[in-house]
Design a protein around this ligand. Structure first.
Ligand code: NAD
Length: 455
């Protein structure tokens, strides 16, 4: 059944065995496990905050809102709707197949692999798990090795709170990930960069395992001159510099109408000071860069550009201040690669239409933002820009609505989750037709000569 050697295989087989025995299928088991996960997060909130602070310098407030609190409300929403989601979904039946009843019956996929990323190390490992668990799967979780404190905490707590026959955490780096990827999981849910996304998809193909790829890319933010500039700046600062810009849906760069560029930069500067003080490197609310490799990459992005805000560096603390650069050359790495850090290029354009054209000529982003009071421009943006999600007059807030799916399109990923979309991602919607015996039309049966005569 399995091909890779060693301990990982026995964990995988244990999970597979539980799935085959049907352990995870009942509503009662799923609900109890969701409640256990809820308890695990609530009772260990302080430990999670500490781990997230150790890994990324996250403040208590940020750790709660973007990770622990996010997960608690996700679980609450899932519990509230689970019974309904699990029900067969009735569909119509055409005359030719009558009399019959047709439905889509959700069934779990089996044993799934969830590979998490380091930037929201708890949320990005456990939110997919909430969906996988709700849908009745066994799961193996592989948190990112770049957030070691969060990874170790999940590995130690999950066996204490959850059913170890149905969920396991395997810690490790890319070698462990490669070993896991060789196993015939029933689904792989991967969050991370595009390059590894291709490795995951290639490995999955060997077992015909379906994948969900939650990737990234350059999420644009367009600012129309017809906007409330102070609130626009406030919301961009929040979206960009939460977690020091290490957020897959952070605005990567801003395209601003030339006539309001100065005003926007002025307000961005004021808002950075308001949110992180005039010494952001000392602010407890401002996170650090995950490791030296990424800090070096980010330093290189700003070299040779016109820095209009920030630029200060504290290598010992691994922090780079909120930094805005103006009109960088589009061919330079900062405009060619996903920034994934606290550097914000602001590029002047003549109109929102020019900005939309710029976006359409590039890879489809994970998120696209527009700030504008004009309803026609809002509609134009929503109609013309292809992105995983579009958010108008704010950044990142769409994540707070479990009725909206989260996921990419094109190079920003494939598949979606959150709320019912996550439940469906980890379910097979099996078609079931129930016919009765009381009426039978003979023309479909052989001999064909009889059929012809009838027609
Ligand atoms: P990362 O380094 O944490 O890697 C992600 C996971 O892939 C880790 O668990 C890691 O062990 C594993 N991995 C690394 N190399 C591997 C290999 N060769 N084979 C198999 N697995 C391997 O994360 P990252 O890639 O630095 O993450 C940053 C990227 O992730 C950015 O592009 C960002 O936009 C994207 N991201 C997307 C989302 C989303 O929800 N769409 C969320 C966060 C991050």
């Amino acid at each position: 059944m399995s091909r890779a050697p060693g301990a990982i295989v026995s964990v995988f087989e244990r999970l597979q065995q539980s799935y085959v025995l049907g352990k995870t299928k009942t509503y009662a088991w799923r609900k109890a496990q969701l409640e256990a996960l809820q308890r695990m997060l609530s009772e260990n909130e302080a430990a999670f905050v500490e781990a997230l602070n150790a890994d990324l310098g996250k403040s208590e407030a940020e750790a709660f809102t973007t990770e622990i609190g996010f997960l608690l409300s996700d679980i609450q929403h899932t519990k509230k709707h689970l019974r309904q989601w699990m029900k067969a979904r009735k569909v119509g039946t055409p005359l030719v197949a009558q009399p019959a009843r047709s439905s889509l019956q959700p069934e779990p996929l089996g044993t799934v692999l969830i590979i998490g990323a380091w930037n929201y190390p708890v949320q990005l490992t456990l939110a997919p798990y909430v969906a996988a668990l709700a849908a009745g799967n066994c799961a193996l979780l592989k948190p990112s090795e770049l957030a070691p404190a969060s990874s170790a905490l999940m590995a130690s707590l999950i066996p204490k709170y959850l059913d170890s026959d149905a969920v396991a955490v395997v810690e490790g780096d890319k070698d462990v990930a490669s070993e896991l990827l060789s196993l015939p999981f029933d689904h792989i849910f991967y969050t991370g960069g595009e390059a590894v996304g291709k490795i995951v998809m290639t490995a999955a193909a060997q077992n015909l395992t379906p994948v969900t790829l939650e990737l990234g890319g350059k999420s644009p933010c367009v600012v129309d001159a017809n906007t409330d500039i102070a609130t626009t700046a406030r919301r961009i600062v929040w979206g960009k510099w939460t977690n020091a810009g290490q957020t897959c849906i952070a605005p990567d760069y801003v395209l601003v109408e030339r006539s309001c560029a100065d005003a926007l930069i002025d307000k961005l500067g004021k808002e950075i000071t308001r949110q992180f003080s005039n010494q952001p490197l000392q602010s407890k609310d401002y996170g650090r860069i995950v490791n030296e490799r990424h800090l070096t990459r980010l330093k290189q992005y700003i070299e040779g550009h016109e820095i209009v805000i920030g630029g200060q560096l504290d290598e010992a603390q691994m922090k780079l201040a909120p930094t805005v650069i103006l009109n960088p050359d589009i061919d330079t790495p900062v405009m060619q690669e996903e920034i994934f850090g606290p550097v914000l290029p602001v590029i002047e354009v003549s109109s929102v239409s020019e900005a939309i054209d710029f976006i359409k000529r590039r890879h489809k982003p994970l998120a696209a933002y527009l700030f504008s009071e004009s309803q026609s421009i809002q509609q134009q943006f929503a109609d013309e820009v292809s992105a995983g999600s579009v958010c108008i007059n704010d950044t990142m807030m769409f994540m707070a609505n479990p009725q909206l799916p989260f996921g990419g399109v094109g190079n920003s990923g494939m598949g979606r989750y959150h709320g019912k979309f996550g439940f469906d991602t980890f379910s097979h919607l099996k078609s079931v037709m129930k016919r009765s015996f009381w009426f039978d039309v003979a023309i479909r049966y052989a001999p064909s000569s009889a059929r012809k005569r009838f027609l």
